[in-house]
Design a protein around this ligand. Structure first.
Ligand code: NAD
Ligand code: ZN
Length: 358
């Protein structure tokens, strides 16, 4: 048995207002006045207080990016090219400020600044050769675990797949729950449920071990407090941020399962975003996660979240085929969820019927 020796985020600061310490944190990482920090910031913050508080120095640059679509390999390649053309030196560092979309984008750009070719060449496991540029993640919405994970999920020309590598995790994370204050309710639910589903899939998977369980159970308890308890809003923001962290740590040493495998297929064909995609799938997975789905429905009811219906109603046979191929391609997820003989359990027909119900 070969155990995975995986990297963790070496530095993290947690607390309301900790974003104010960013200037101080970056200072020792500045190589010289020609090597800038590039800040990738969710464009909802354009003109907002947060953007004005970014500690710019020398030739630092803020690049606002929309999170309406998930990051693409082509988009990463264009951004890297642009940075290389604009500066005489490699950046001192890359900072991502936003949700999973911006965090993944920052991770991918920091990798591609030091590795040749296209981001698409590195989608997979352990394909990255050179260490990335120093990179910092600052989440403004909680749930994905992208702030701790060893992957950056990208939509490529052929597949939606992460760059999973030892160089992917952030060198520094700033967890400031205050930054999540403006998140709209639906989005708060969808992205938070990503965390909840990470827990359920990890805790009910065949890859489970004490490491994953210890983080998964804590994250699940926090999710229950946030989505089923009646706690003050500020506490709830703190707890959801830590739930996201622990949920990410839990899957780091296990794997996600059926909902994620299906959600990737859904997202590839329909462009459905990760959080809502997971919810759309998960509600129909009682046969795999009976308790998890029952609790999900309770949370959905409590927060009056209604999910769209008939999402797959107009798909052609060919589109269903692609959806199924993308989904079944995620072998480790199925193996975790259903065991080594998963192919006999999750047949194409069964998967098709599940997709058709969405
Ligand atoms: P997101 O980054 O896509 O953002 C969702 C929405 O919330 C956007 O409209 C954004 O503008 C808005 N938003 C973010 N912060 C806000 C704030 N403070 N106030 C108001 N609005 C705010 O959402 P997400 O769910 O965090 O991320 C999804 C992405 O994460 C997907 O691309 C998915 O593939 C990726 N992901 C990555 C990992 C990983 O380990 N790398 C894990 C899970 C998901
Ligand atoms: Zn997820």
């Amino acid at each position: 048995m070969q155990y995975r020796n995986f990297p963790m985020v070496p530095r993290v600061v947690f607390g309301n207002g900790s974003f104010q310490q960013l200037g101080e944190i970056l200072m020792p990482k500045r190589k010289n006045s020609d090597a800038p920090f590039i800040f990738f910031v969710d464009d909802i913050f354009e003109g907002q207080a947060l953007a004005k508080e970014i500690p710019l120095l020398f030739n630092d640059q803020i690049i606002f990016i929309s999170a309406d679509e998930e990051p693409k390999t082509e988009q990463i390649d264009v951004l890297v090219q642009k940075i290389k053309e604009s500066f005489t030196e490699l950046p001192s560092g890359i900072v991502g400020i936003g949700g999973g979309t911006l965090l993944d984008l920052a991770k991918a750009v920091s990798i591609m600044l030091t590795n040749e070719g296209s981001a698409a060449d590195y989608q997979g496991w352990d394909l990255v050769k050179q260490p990335a540029v120093y990179h910092v993640g600052i989440p403004t919405i909680s749930g994905t675990g992208a702030e701790v994970s060893r992957t950056t999920v990208l939509m490529g020309p052929e597949k939606k797949l992460g760059i999973n590598s030892d160089y992917t995790p952030f060198d520094q994370v700033v967890l400031d729950p205050n930054l999540t204050q403006g998140v709209p309710k639906e989005q708060w639910f969808y992205t938070g449920m990503d965390c909840y589903i990470h827990c359920i899939e990890s805790l009910n998977g065949t890859f489970l071990n004490a490491f994953s369980q210890s983080y998964g159970e804590k994250a699940l308890d926090l999710c229950k407090e946030v989505y089923l308890g009646d706690i003050p809003l500020a506490d709830s923001r703190d707890k959801l941020m830590m739930a996201s962290w622990h949920g990410g740590m839990s899957i780091a040493y296990s794997q996600v399962g059926v909902a994620h495998a299906m959600s990737y297929g859904l997202s590839y064909v329909l462009g459905v975003k990760h959080g809502i995609g997971n919810c759309l799938v998960f509600q129909y997975l009682e046969e795999f996660y009976p308790e998890g789905v029952a609790l999900f429905k309770k949370m959905q009811e409590k927060h009056k979240i209604s999910l769209p219906k008939g999402v797959c109603a107009k798909l052609t046979d060919q589109e269903f085929d692609i959806m199924i191929n993308v989904s079944l391609g995620l072998v480790p997820l199925w193996e975790n969820a259903l065991g080594k003989d998963w192919k006999g359990i999750m047949t194409r027909e069964r998967l098709l019927a599940l997709f058709k119900s969405i």
